[in-house]
Structure formats: structure tokens, C-alpha cells
Design a protein around this ligand. Structure first.
Ligand SMILES: [Zn+2]
Length: 272
């Protein structure tokens, strides 16, 4: 009938401890404490916590956050070259893949050295496996986080769910909700998107179509988070970067990278 309060859980357990102290019946208190302290997976990976302020900096003007999932690959290098030439910062939600023709750790390092944000996407990208349970999600997440830290020395605070945070066809809604709550409890912040490039539909999508999709999708939005993919198949995604930057800059947008200080764009769901 005893439980251990870990420092990282003190805030969440505060209510439970109060209840514990106030109830005379130990059984009732024990059941309540268990509900508040949560499931066994909360005990896993005791170093998988980050301190995120939970406060976001105010944004002014029209801003674009260009984001790339599923890299690194040789297309990441092509994108980095364009971003450097244009003086633009972006965000890369990376995987653990070892794509042909590159040294993945060196690419991760270059992303950080050139001032871009690095976030967690997934190690394996095997959605059916990682969304089986909170435990399997944490296992995959921990693996890619370790790779990023070893390659770059940077501890990522931000991440993106494969398939997005909700209505993901691979995940049971209840499991995904539990994952969202658990990741938030551990201090990580996830970012969805509000503009799609369309490069997820096919790696054959031509460059001009991607540019048009992005530029049209941005219309009327002050804050734009663009979903793109920099895996090795999507050459046109890299080719679109320069024209997209030019056209949206001409429309008064500035480009920035996502950090935990940027209020996230998230799909609607009620986790409270
Ligand atoms: Zn992905």
C-alpha cells in the first residue's frame, strides 16, 4: 500500500498525495493514488524528461515554419544547401534511418551546426509497431532521442508524431491519447501542421505542384507550419524550397525555426 514519489512526478502527484493524507480508508486512498500516478510505463526511462517552460513567446507578423520529416537523406543535404544560400532556418523531425550515400550522424550534426532545429520523429517509422502501446512508442522515441544526442549533443524538446497527433490510421485513439498525455507529462511538445505540401501523396509529385500547394495553403494564415518530407525519394521537395522561400518572402512572410518557445500548431483533441 506504499508508493514512491519521484521528483519528476511531484507536481502531478500533488493532488493524489493530498487525497492520500485526507482519507482515513487506506484502500480508497490507495486506489485514488494509483489513478493519479498513472500506469507502469511512467516508471520507464527515468532520464526521458525535459524541462519545458510551458510558456510561449508572442509572435508578430506573418511567419512560416518550414518543417521536414523522415530524413536524414541526401535530399536533406540539398535542402540544407538552399536554406544556407537563402539565410533561412527550418526544422527537421528526424528518423533513425541510415539512408544510402550519407553519414546520418554527420547530417544531424550539420542541421544543428547551421542553426536549424532538430526534433524527434521516430526511430523506425514502423507506425503499426510503435503505436501498439505507450511502451512501444516510448521505446522507439528513446532510441531516436539517444541517436540525436550522441550525434549532436543536443537534447530535443520538440517532436512530431508519425501521421500526426490524431486521426492516425495506425493508432487506436485511446492509445494515442495516452501517448500524447505521457509525452506531455515528460515535458516534450509536439507540433502538427496547417499547410501540406502534398509530397506525402507521392514521391513523384512535381516541383511546381508542391510550390503551388504550399503557397496557396499559406494564404490567409499569419502562422504557417508546412509539412514536407526529406527522405531519399522526394527530390522535388528539395527543389521546391528555394521558390517557396522566394514567393512567401515576397508576400511579407519571415521564416523561422520551431523551438519549445513557439506555441505549437496541434490538431484538435481534448486531453485534459
Ligand atoms: Zn513521417
Amino acid at each position: 500500500m506504499f508508493f514512491v514519489v519521484k521528483w519528476a512526478k511531484i507536481k502531478l502527484l500533488a493532488v493524489g498525495v493530498t487525497v492520500f493524507c485526507c482519507f482515513a480508508g487506506m484502500m480508497v486512498a490507495g486506489q485514488r493514488a494509483q489513478q493519479v500516478s498513472g500506469a507502469a510505463y511512467e516508471e520507464l526511462y527515468p532520464d526521458l524528461y525535459v524541462d519545458s517552460e510551458g510558456t510561449f513567446e508572442p509572435e508578430t507578423g506573418k511567419v512560416v515554419y518550414y518543417t521536414f520529416d523522415d530524413g536524414p537523406s541526401k535530399n536533406t543535404l540539398a535542402i540544407l544547401d538552399v536554406l544556407k544560400e537563402k539565410g533561412v532556418k527550418a526544422t527537421f523531425f528526424v528518423t533513425g534511418q541510415e539512408a544510402a550515400g550519407i553519414d546520418s550522424d554527420a547530417v544531424l550534426k550539420r542541421i544543428v551546426e547551421e542553426g536549424h532545429s532538430i526534433g524527434i520523429h521516430t526511430y523506425s517509422h514502423k507506425s503499426k509497431e510503435i503505436y501498439q502501446s505507450v511502451e512501444s512508442y516510448l521505446e522507439d522515441f528513446y532510441k531516436i532521442r539517444e541517436k540525436i544526442i550522441q550525434a549532436t549533443g543536443v537534447q530535443p524538446h520538440i517532436f512530431r508524431f508519425p501521421g500526426g497527433s490524431v486521426n492516425n490510421s495506425f493508432a487506436d485513439p485511446a492509445v494515442q491519447k495516452a501517448i500524447r498525455i505521457e509525452m506531455r507529462r515528460r515535458g516534450f511538445i509536439y507540433y502538427d501542421w496547417n499547410v501540406v505540401s502534398g509530397d506525402d501523396k507521392s514521391y513523384m509529385t512535381d516541383t511546381q505542384t508542391l510550390i503551388q500547394n504550399i503557397v496557396n495553403g499559406a494564404q490567409g494564415k499569419d502562422k504557417v507550419v508546412i509539412l514536407c518530407h526529406d527522405d531519399s525519394m522526394r527530390v522535388s521537395t528539395a527543389e521546391a524550397v528555394g521558390p517557396v522561400i522566394d514567393q512567401l518572402t515576397a508576400q511579407g512572410y519571415r521564416f523561422d525555426r520551431l523551438t519549445e518557445s513557439v506555441e505549437p500548431v496541434q490538431f484538435n483533441h481534448n486531453d485534459d
